[in-house]
Design a protein around this ligand. Structure first.
Ligand code: DUC
Ligand code: ZN
Ligand code: ZN
Length: 470
């Protein structure tokens, strides 16, 4: 049955206006004033804001790490995303020795429980002739993004030659390289030194991963982008200096784009010094309040184009079960590194928090406009990753992925409101103004207030085409 959303205020990446939305066969059919349609199911959005569903290009569901696994899988993470207004996620497949196609098959299998729409990037941790030969097949499968690492020596890292070769191949195949920027060699020197000196607390996680390593590595990626002509997307930008490097390169027409994640805007190494500092352990680490400020500025000035999450949750205390959908769940987590920061699983929850937190502290606090909010959390990632205008848009013909916001809702946020399957929330007790009230995935209401109407298996795999450089 068609659905008609009446009297809402639509917010897109470029405009804010009042209109009705007619939905038919999972798509937006019409947008206009005073629409009517016989027998349509009516949703009254008077006084509400309407945005396209959020697109989160950076999640890690069901990711094995340090002898445990990230605590949201491709169902629970999708459900949490939906409650926070996100209807599309992109996760990272791990490259296996058995080839790229087989690696993809393994992750597609894990994602069969999907509740929202999803796609994958490929972590490229090994490059040789056989891998190069498989890239066109990966492209055909709808995966046109390769993530490379300049850190995690001997495990995930490609050396600069390998990255350079990957960039050339990406250019030939119309693919986009995403880069995790830190200086792996420096980190490998500093960690054993810190441990030998008896420094085992969480703050040493940050002290052994210096911000300047991220800055020079970002510039290195910009340089290789310029040298090969291949576009590059810097993931999880966390240091102010990375924004400076991006600005420097973009001013010189280098095709580089960037993403930051909410925790890098709000938290610093001081949070790692708290008694529960392990809650903030992820890589790259939290930096300084000056870095927070520079990253906010880079968003406002659109030097950075995307706000993603790098959602990769672990329990703070995985020995104590929580109740999730009526069942007790406990998954080993941050307690594994109680006596040694190198054993704390790296990663933070955030897939549900992203839109509401950025709405309140980005739009509400006047850090950027509501249109910029939509651009950075939905439209830009859809464009960059080859999903626009199917996703990230309120346009006739787009998938009817729609968020209806109660912009006045007052909420003391925290783990009690969260469907992220972990025992803590980074924004515990924070006061939010505005929250998604109804969320539609391809025309179906999957979140209605507190009610979950979505279903495991309803999410579709999205084959992506070539993205845009913006
Ligand atoms: N960083 C994390 O903290 N966790 C998962 C992957 C990553 O890059
Ligand atoms: Zn990373
Ligand atoms: Zn990540």
């Amino acid at each position: 049955m068609p659905t008609l959303i009446k009297n809402g205020t639509l917010i897109t990446a470029s405009e804010t206006f009042q209109a009705d939305i007619l939905i038919e066969n999972e798509k937006i059919k019409l947008i206009g004033k005073d629409l009517s349609y016989p027998n349509a199911e009516l949703i009254d959005a008077t006084g509400k804001f309407i945005t396209p569903g959020g697109v989160d290009p950076h999640t890690h569901f069901d990711l094995p790490m340090f002898g445990t696994v990230s605590s949201d899988d491709h169902y629970t993470g999708h459900k949490a995303a939906a409650f926070g207004g996100t209807t599309t996620v992109m996760d990272f497949a791990v490259q296996e020795k058995t080839g790229l196609e087989h690696s993809m098959d393994l992750w597609l299998e894990k994602a069969r429980k999907a509740a929202i729409d999803y796609s994958f990037h490929m972590n490229l941790t090994h490059m040789d002739d056989a891998v190069a030969a498989e890239l066109p097949r990966l492209r055909e499968m709808g995966v046109q993004t390769l993530k490379v690492f300049t850190a995690y020596n001997g495990r995930l890292r490609l050396d600069d030659g390998g990255i350079f070769r990957t960039l050339r191949l990406a250019r030939e195949n119309g693919m986009l390289v995403m880069a995790h920027c830190e200086n792996g060699d420096v980190i490998e020197q500093l960690i054993p030194e810190a441990l030998a000196a008896g420094h085992t607390t969480p703050e040493w996680h940050a002290l052994t991963r210096p911000g300047w390593g991220a800055i020079e590595s970002t510039l290195r990626m910009c340089a290789m982008s310029q040298q090969t002509g291949a576009p590059v997307y810097i993931v999880h930008m966390n240091v102010g200096g990375e924004a400076d490097m991006l600005q420097y390169a973009r001013e010189r027409n280098v095709k580089v784009m960037g993403e930051t994640c909410p925790p890098y805007l709000f938290f610093s190494i001081d949070d790692l010094r708290r008694p529960d500092g392990a809650k903030w352990i992820c890589s790259p680490p939290m930096r300084s309040v000056e870095d927070n400020a520079r990253l906010w500025q880079a968003l406002k000035e659109e030097t950075i184009q995307v706000i993603g999450t790098d959602h990769c949750p672990f329990f703070f205390d995985g020995t104590k079960p929580i109740i999730y959908e009526g069942h007790e769940v406990a998954i080993p987590g941050k307690e594994l590194g109680r006596d040694n920061f190198t054993k704390i699983p790296n990663g933070l929850p955030g897939v549900q928090d992203r839109l509401p937190v950025m709405w309140t502290f980005g739009v509400g606090a006047g850090m950027f406009s509501a249109n910029q909010f939509v651009a950075m959390t939905s439209t830009n990632p859809a464009k960059i990753f080859g999903l626009y205008p199917r996703k990230g848009a309120l346009l006739p013909g787009s998938d009817a992925d729609i968020v209806i916001w109660d912009a006045h809702k007052q909420l003391k946020y925290g783990v009690a409101h969260s469907h992220q399957r972990t025992d803590y929330n980074l924004y515990e007790g924070w006061q939010l103004t505005g929250y998604p009230e109804k969320v539609l995935l391809r025309g179906k209401v999957i979140v209605d207030g507190e009610k979950w109407l979505g279903k495991s298996g309803d999410g579709q795999f999205l084959k992506r085409g070539e993205g845009e450089v913006i």
